[in-house]
Design a protein around this ligand. Structure first.
Ligand code: SF4
Ligand code: FES
Length: 371
């Protein structure tokens, strides 16, 4: 045997992203290395989801420039690469926000994603927590160069709890990975290819598996929405609080989205990347019973207000403690109640309706009957 001395691979790889150098374990993707640095250097990700195996590589929003491939071969990579699918090498130099090419490509990807996506944020339940909305604010153009008719689809009820707006889907595949990896049988998927591709259930089978509600949480846009919350409220008017219950099926750790004392929606708790939080190394997916059936505050042990990024529009309705905001008008007016031209409460049924108990979206009929 030749006297070949095998060079030991370094325990950690040094990678520089936007001029910040860190050490990561071999096998780490550029995106996850950037997440370890955090902040603006982290590329956006519309299809990658760290808790779903095989996700990523579909949307191209995470493209970065590799200015030097490795210490051993410092040539730049000829094309931009998907950071969620490219592993770091020792001595790699990556540019994200410091690269004009990346900004330009990302603008193009957003324009492409918006070709068919309707601009219906004002009536979409995902508004305020939609990754595509955020991305469009940062990288979108106000106009479109697209001259053809957009793809449109009928809304589809897929199961008792989820409504599909295929028109809004960006084909990220996350929901199919949830079905594959969390439920015992996948009954939906992406049918057809190219610009005919669409999410649908196989032969109109309903999705009613115990963990199917997690598809709503992973959908980066408003394509899969919670039928028990649809049109009940805007997310920035609700107040998120962390709560838990002793659940035999899931971790039971959730965020309750309250309006007053009413629980309008229950979701899994999210981390800073918009993914479900992990507990003891396991993702905190929640079951459908916690998500859809436990809509009373008394079903839960309240832990306290959810930490919300102060830049998020949701932080607007987020106040510490569980009391309602202090009324100050009487105080300012020396104890006198304001003289109302019209007391909205006496003529409107809005406050008499328990929105979370409605079986479907609230309509004008709901308020006519006061039920
Ligand atoms: S429905 Fe949502 S989660 Fe599923 S592929 Fe479309 S955008 Fe992704
Ligand atoms: S997040 Fe990398 S391609 Fe979608």
């Amino acid at each position: 045997m030749a006297d070949e001395v095998k060079k030991e691979a370094p325990a950690n790889f040094k990678v520089t992203i936007d001029n910040i150098t860190i050490e990561v374990t071999p096998g780490t993707t550029i995106l996850n290395a950037a997440r370890q640095i955090g902040g603006d250097v982290t590329p956006p990700a519309m299809c990658y989801y760290s808790k779903l195996q095989g996700s990523g590589g579909k949307c191209r929003t995470c493209l970065v420039e590799v200015a030097a491939g490795s210490a051993a071969d410092p040539r730049p990579m000829p094309k931009l690469v998907a950071s969620c699918r490219t592993n770091v090498m020792d001595g790699m130099v990556v540019k994200n926000i410091t690269s004009e090419k990346v900004t330009d490509a990302r603008n193009g990807v957003v324009e492409f994603l918006l070709i068919n996506h309707p601009l219906d944020c004002p009536i979409c339940d995902q508004a305020g927590e939609c990754d595509l909305q955020d991305l469009s604010y940062e990288h979108g153009k106000e106009g479109t160069r697209y001259e053809f008719k957009r793809r449109t689809f009928e809304k589809e009820d897929i199961g008792p709890y989820i409504q599909l707006h295929m028109t809004r889907c960006i084909l990220c595949y996350r929901c199919t990975y949830v079905a594959d990896q969390l439920t015992d049988q996948r009954v939906h998927g992406i049918l057809d290819r190219g610009d005919h591709a669409e999410i649908s259930t196989y032969i109109s089978k309903a999705i009613d598996n115990d963990f199917s509600g997690n598809m709503i949480d992973v959908c980066p846009v408003g394509a899969l929405t919670d039928k028990t919350f649809r049109f009940k409220n805007r997310v920035w008017f609700t107040r998120p609080v962390d709560a838990h219950r002793d659940c035999p099926t899931c971790c039971g750790k959730v965020t309750l989205w309250q309006r007053g004392d009413e629980v309008l929606r229950v979701t899994a708790r999210k981390d800073e990347w918009g993914e479900v939080q992990s507990y003891d190394g396991k993702p905190g997916w929640i079951c459908n019973a916690c998500r859809f059936d436990k809509k009373k505050t008394s079903d839960w042990v309240i832990e306290g207000p959810t930490a919300i990024n102060r830049h998020s529009v949701i932080s607007q309705g987020h106040y510490e403690g569980l009391q309602k905001p202090k009324e100050t008008i009487a105080e300012i007016m020396g104890g006198r109640d304001p003289k109302l031209l019209m007391d909205i409460h006496s003529i409107s049924d809005v406050n008499k309706v328990a929105l979370s108990e409605l079986p479907g979206p609230a309509t004008s009929k709901t308020f006519e009957n006061g039920k």
